[in-house]
Design a protein around this ligand. Structure first.
Ligand SMILES: [Zn+2]
Ligand SMILES: [Zn+2]
Length: 306
């Protein structure tokens, strides 16, 4: 197949049946992302934007994209990589990320569990009876992201969630009756209270396949796949059912997301007015929390005392 816009061979077909060659796909992908950023006012001129980079394809692509357009948006871009300490998994991704950042001159800072919590995740999981691996990992990651935002004086935090991720997450929240998290969805997640910074999702309307192709065409893909501790059966089921729907009804994800976003935005304002959450600061570290000591400090204390 030939590209619709030039004479080269096509590498991609979009849901409307248009064919794109390598260069025209990259142009299409980048223009769509710029549209999302501008339409939802995700970034302002002069801001310092952090990107959480796991070393996986989506976040590598996001860091690469924002860095490529940092003059266009007049922003400073920082990659923030969290090394949980999982032998054979994270160290490979970290290596690849460092290789990419050197090649493309990306500014990447590394935050290690071992440095801030005195222990690697794989060791913490072995000695902890109280906490599941994903709990420790999630709580500590969030804490380190907050710490990085403070250290680097960031205005926004960008994550690489794509269209498919978002539709899955929204449906999971609906099925689980999780209204509070459902209302947090959208390309721009504002601040609840305290000194958190807004989270933005520039790839919100790009599909998983488009992110993958963009990473491959730019040589950004990581050597290995998923976290060995991951348990995501429910998400996997939803994901595969949704792909079947997409096959039968092309554009299903996109249409669903556009419709549900309108409902979420309306509900969000209503909910915000009725529920003001009072946050205070953790006695030990200053992290915004509803408790006296935040969960990150609590887990750190328990695990290091065993
Ligand atoms: Zn072309
Ligand atoms: Zn704390």
């Amino acid at each position: 197949m030939k590209c619709n816009f030039c004479n080269n061979n096509a590498v991609y077909k979009d849901i409307d049946g248009n064919f794109y060659c390598r260069d025209h796909f990259i142009k299409y992908f980048e223009e769509k992302t710029i549209d999302t950023i501008e339409k939802y006012k995700l970034i302002k001129s002069g801001e310092r934007v952090g990107v959480g980079v796991s070393g996986g394809k989506d976040s590598n692509a996001l860091l690469f994209f924002l860095n490529k357009y940092k003059e266009y948006f007049n922003i400073e871009v920082f990659g923030i990589h969290i090394d949980e300490g999982i032998k054979g998994y994270r160290d490979k991704d970290t290596e690849k990320l460092l290789e990419i950042s050197k090649k493309y001159n990306l500014n990447v800072k590394i935050y290690r569990f071992s440095e801030y919590f005195n222990i690697r995740l794989d060791e913490a999981v072995k000695i902890s009876k109280e906490y599941k691996s994903c709990t420790i990992c999630g709580v500590w990651r969030r804490w380190l992201m907050w710490k990085a935002a403070k250290d680097l004086n960031l205005d926004k935090f960008a994550t690489a969630h794509n269209l498919n991720d978002e539709v899955q997450t929204i449906l999971m929240n609906i099925f689980e009756g999780n209204l509070k998290d459902l209302l947090k969805e959208g390309p721009y997640v504002g601040i609840v209270e305290g000194d958190f910074i807004p989270r933005i999702k520039p790839f919100y309307f790009n599909t998983e396949k488009e992110n993958l192709l963009y990473s491959i065409l730019n040589n950004l893909e990581p050597p290995f796949g998923e976290c060995p501790f991951i348990v995501g059966e429910f998400r996997d089921i939803i994901r595969s059912k949704l792909y079947k729907l997409e096959d039968k009804y092309p554009g299903f994800h996109k249409n669903f997301l556009r419709n549900i976003l309108e409902i979420i935005y309306k509900a969000k304002n209503d909910y915000k007015m009725r529920n003001k959450i009072r946050l205070r600061k953790c006695k030990i570290c200053g992290y915004p929390t509803t408790r006296e000591i935040c969960r990150a400090c609590e887990i750190k204390l328990r695990i290091n005392n065993i």
